[in-house]
Design a binder for this molecule. Structure first.
Ligand code: HEM
Length: 221
C-alpha cells in the first residue's frame, strides 16, 4: 500500500510529528542552491574556452571566475559540495521513503490534467502537502539531471581514470555535450521553479520553516 501524507488526521499518539519539509530536506535544499550557484556560473566560465554551441558565449557579468582557470577552481570546489549534498539527499529520500511518498506514483493522465488545469488557470494550491503531477515530474527530471551532471562531470574531469565511463557515454565530446545539456535542463528547471515559488510564496515560506505538520503515515512500515 502506498503511504499518504494528510493534514486532516491528528498524529498518532507516541509518533514523532513530521513537517512537510523536515529539517534535513530544508538544509539539503538550500545547500544545493548554494552548490548550484557555484557550479552553473563557474561552468559557464570554463565553457567559454571551448564553446559547444557556435556563437554562444557567456558574458563576464554572469560568470564565476574571470577566465577558465579560476572558473575551474570554483567548479572543482563546488563539485564536492554538490556531490556530498546530492548523495545525502538521495540516501535520505530513499531511506525515509520520501521519494516514494512525495514523488510517486506519477501518471500520464494526471500530468495531462494538471497541464489542462494550469492552462485554464484553475490550478488549486490550497494543499501544499502534496505535489501535483507536473511538480513530481519536474522534481524527478531535475534529480536525474543532477545525477547525470555528476556522472558526466566525472567522465570529463578524469577521462583517463574513468575511460570505461567515457566510452559508455559515447566518447569525451559526447560526455561534454551531455554535461552541457544537463546544465541547460537544470537552468530551465530553476527558472520555472523559482517563478512558481515566487507566485505561491507560501511554498517558499514552507521551504524555510518546514511548513504544516503532517499526520502520521496511515500505513506502518
Ligand atoms: C533560489 C532558488 C530556489 C528556490 C527559491 C526554491 C524554492 C523551492 C520551494 C519553495 C520548494 C517547495 C515546493 C513546494 O512545496 O511546492 C522547493 C522544492 C524543491 N526544489 Fe527548489 N528552490 C530553488 C532552487 C532549486 C534548485 C537549484 C534545485 C535543483 C537544481 C531545486 C530543486 C528542488 C527539489 C528537487 C524540490 C523538491 C524537494 C523535496 O520535496 O524533496 N530547487 N524549492
Amino acid at each position: 500500500m502506498s503511504a499518504t501524507y494528510a493534514t486532516t488526521q491528528p498524529a498518532a499518539p507516541g509518533r514523532a510529528r513530521r513537517r512537510m519539509h523536515p529539517l534535513p530536506v530544508r538544509i539539503m535544499h538550500w545547500t544545493n542552491v548554494v552548490a548550484m550557484a557555484i557550479m552553473i556560473p563557474s561552468g559557464w566560465g570554463i565553457y567559454n574556452d571551448s564553446v559547444i554551441v557556435h556563437g554562444l558565449h557567456f558574458p563576464e557579468e554572469v560568470r564565476l571566475g574571470a577566465w577558465a582557470a579560476p572558473s575551474l577552481l570554483w567548479h572543482f570546489a563546488g563539485m564536492w559540495l554538490l556531490m556530498a549534498n546530492g548523495l545525502a539527499y538521495l540516501a535520505y529520500g530513499i531511506a525515509t521513503g520520501r521519494f516514494r511518498e512525495r514523488l510517486l506514483p506519477i501518471r500520464v493522465a494526471d500530468i495531462v490534467q494538471t497541464v489542462r488545469e494550469t492552462l485554464r488557470l484553475h490550478l488549486a494550491h490550497e494543499d501544499l502537502t502534496t505535489y501535483n503531477a507536473v511538480q513530481k515530474l519536474l522534481y524527478i527530471v531535475v534529480i536525474l539531471a543532477g545525477i547525470s551532471q555528476v556522472v558526466t562531470g566525472l567522465a570529463i574531469w578524469k577521462p583517463v581514470q574513468f575511460s570505461g565511463l567515457v566510452s559508455l557515454l559515447g566518447g569525451f565530446q559526447t560526455a561534454r555535450l551531455l554535461h552541457f545539456i544537463g546544465m541547460a535542463v537544470i537552468v530551465g528547471f530553476v527558472v520555472v521553479h523559482v517563478a512558481l515559488a515566487l507566485l505561491v510564496p507560501r511554498t517558499l515560506a514552507a521551504m524555510v520553516t518546514g511548513g504544516p505538520e503532517l499526520a502520521a503515515r496511515r500505513d506502518a512500515r
